[in-house]
Design a protein. Sequence first.
Length: 172
Amino acid sequence: MKKLHAKLKEEFGALLPPAIFFLISLHLVALVRVLMLKGTGITVVTSITVTVAALVLAKAVLLADLLPFINLFPHKPLAYNIAWKTALYTLAATLIHYIERLIDFWREAGGFIAGNAKMLSEIVWPHFLAIQIFLVIVIFVYCTARELVRVIGPDRMRKIFFGLPQSEAVSG
């Protein structure tokens, strides 16, 4: 039972940072989307949908991190891994974004193929691309921060951002 509790705690601890990051980021994306679609009559996603997407994206990031080729450039400058991971995570986010849109059209059309055809003919591509650009920027920021934490270490990163813990500041 202790092993299970420890494993669940480890998994939750690993999922929490990307989940919080993507939860905030995807809610910003949803807000931008609402503002872009205002007055068009197109329905917008709910907060629950955004939250589920953030959790799925966070888990996808953790699963991608298990792939043997995720850290393809360990001995090169950080920019290589940041660019590589940004590309991989963007591909996953694009797929999720596309599927999210497809589900709405699938329900309307009554079938997968009909829904896909309807979506491709009716989607507002500038809106879709604007959201994708926003997602690329968000994912790039995430990858940059994550690589810095990996190299510098979480404790040092906390110290850089938030200063010394109160116990160290008093005794040091």
